[in-house]
Design a protein. Structure first.
Length: 499
């Protein structure tokens, strides 16, 4: 009988370790001037340096060094006064040099930490994830396996190689083992990657788009019998590319390892691949050790020796930590935790804050971005911020507050702006979207509604105020939604002796 997750964590203690690879958003590659733009035609962004041709010499990207130091400072790391690159030797078709230029024994950032908070059975609890190192390296190329049913090399008819990605600046952020997470290991892993992603985005060093591979997580998991005081043999689930998948991969691996141990089998130290469909992992290759890679210092690159004064200047530029910012905005806006979570998950917190700074009411700003704008974006399968700007949404909200638009008319205005019909004011003029607030014009529509529903009018005269909704709705329909509903209600009740 197989063990489910609850049974697995009741018998075994998980130990977690996470390695996150981040593609930096520099304009050029790590050691050459080739473009890093995403989506170019295959093999059009290469040169002798990133292809590793004989006689070519690399030069370190200064912006990449600056970005890496910023990441280290944000993660409470010490910045090494001396670090250097090494050659990490292994052969894969997508490694044009047959080695990866990386940092090994002397990384640029060491000994940091990141605190993450999750909800437990006992309430909110903070876990400290210790950072062992943050180091610089270069990305590999991309293999495309054609034919077969899995998209992987096994069973493929042939493979294609695209070296555009080879040499793009990467930062690897490696944690120490994270003990003591117990059954919450999957949630801690997700919370860590989520908070790390938010920090990187706030620093502006990467677009952190997991679906495009800009941020990838390798999850190391081992288990051992509870209270044994031992560490089990770990597996490494490679290149997990969504927050949900990080959580599922850790949970699935804990469950898989527990079932193997219960069956008398041993855990093999290996890399594994996460399967989105099942939430399980499948074997990759046996995991090499540092000795297998035959690291040695890169002879073509000088050591990195950042100036201490420069580091302190960079420290002064660090933005507010995302977790502190969320708490501050949640209090300022008096927003429920779930709604704040929705804004963060939808990557709308920045634009909502910008809209509020432009004078919009916080509640309305959240409502428009999470509601109508997100709905239209989902229909078009694009990001909400690609459709309309914060100043435009703020202007629409101001027009509503000033009585020039109803919510219904405002939705038409937003639709017009998104369709390219101009600014909110221009859409209003082109479509003739003006609130009818003139008393005489409204009274004509009110009297027509009363004549059409005399029984409803009598109930209102008798004190049944809620019945007014039917007549107000009729007036709104007659005016094409352009009437001021509050004004209609006031005039209607006064006309029927209830004002």
């Amino acid at each position: 009988m197989s063990m489910n997750y609850d049974a697995a964590v009741a018998a075994y203690e998980p130990t977690l370790g996470l390695e996150v690879h981040v593609e930096l958003n520099t304009n050029s590659k790590m050691f050459c001037s080739c473009s890093t733009e995403f989506g170019a035609e295959p093999n059009t962004q290469t040169c002798p340096v990133c292809l590793g041709l004989p006689g070519s010499l690399p030069v370190v990207n200064g912006k990449a060094i600056e970005s890496t130091i910023l990441i280290g400072l944000a993660l409470n790391c010490s910045i090494a006064p001396f670090s250097r690159f090494a050659r990490k030797n292994y052969f894969y078709p997508d490694m044009p040099k047959n080695f990866q230029t990386s940092q090994f024994d002397e990384p640029i950032c060491i000994n940091g930490y990141l605190d993450v908070e999750i909800e437990t059975d006992e309430g909110a609890k903070t876990f400290r994830v210790d950072i062992e190192r943050v180091h610089m390296e270069e990305d590999t190329g991309k293999s495309l396996h054609v034919g077969g049913s899995t998209g992987r090399i096994h069973g493929a008819e042939y493979s294609l190689l695209d070296y555009n990605r080879a040499g793009i600046p990467l930062v690897e952020i490696v944690t120490r083992i994270v003990p003591g997470t117990g059954k919450y290991a999957p949630q801690v892993a997700r919370a860590y990657v989520t908070e790390l992603r938010d920090i990187l985005r706030s620093l502006g060093v990467s677009d952190v788009k997991m679906e495009q591979g800009s941020l990838r997580c390798d999850a190391n998991v081992s288990i051992a019998p509870i209270s044994s005081g031992k560490l089990g043999t770990r597996s490494e689930t490679k290149n997990v590319n969504s927050l949900r998948s990080v959580e599922r991969a850790v949970a699935g691996e804990i469950e898989r390892q527990a079932n193997r141990l219960e069956s008398g089998e041993r855990i093999i130290q290996e890399t594994r691949h996460f399967l989105e469909e099942s939430g399980q992992t499948r074997p990759g290759r046996s995991k090499e050790t540092a000795e297998d890679y035959r690291y040695f210092p890169e002879p073509d690159l000088v050591p990195v020796t950042p100036d201490a004064d420069w580091i302190e200047e960079l420290r002064k530029t660090l933005p507010e930590k995302p977790s502190l910012r969320r708490k501050r905005l949640q209090e300022e806006w008096n927003v429920p935790a779930k709604e704040m979570e929705s804004m963060v998950n939808a990557e709308l917190l920045d634009v909502v804050e910008e809209t509020v700074k432009l004078g919009a009411d916080a509640t309305r700003a959240r409502s428009w971005w999470l509601g109508e704008v997100s709905r239209l974006a989902n229909e078009k399968e694009v990001a909400p911020t690609s459709l309309i700007t914060a100043p435009q949404v703020a202007e629409v909200i101001a027009l509503i507050a000033g009585g020039e638009l109803t919510d219904k008319l405002a939705r038409q205005v937003v639709e017009g702006v998104i369709n390219g019909e101009g600014t909110p004011r221009e859409v209003i003029d082109k479509r003739g979207l003006k609130v009818v607030s003139d008393d005489s014009a409204l009274m004509v529509a009110i009297e027509a509604a009363i004549a059409a529903q005399p029984d409803t009018a009598e109930r209102i005269r008798g004190g049944n105020i809620p019945a007014a909704g039917a007549l107000i709705g009729a007036v709104m329909k007659a005016t094409g939604g352009q009437a001021d509903a509050a004004k209609v209600r006031e005039l209607l009740l006064k006309h029927l002796g209830q004002g």
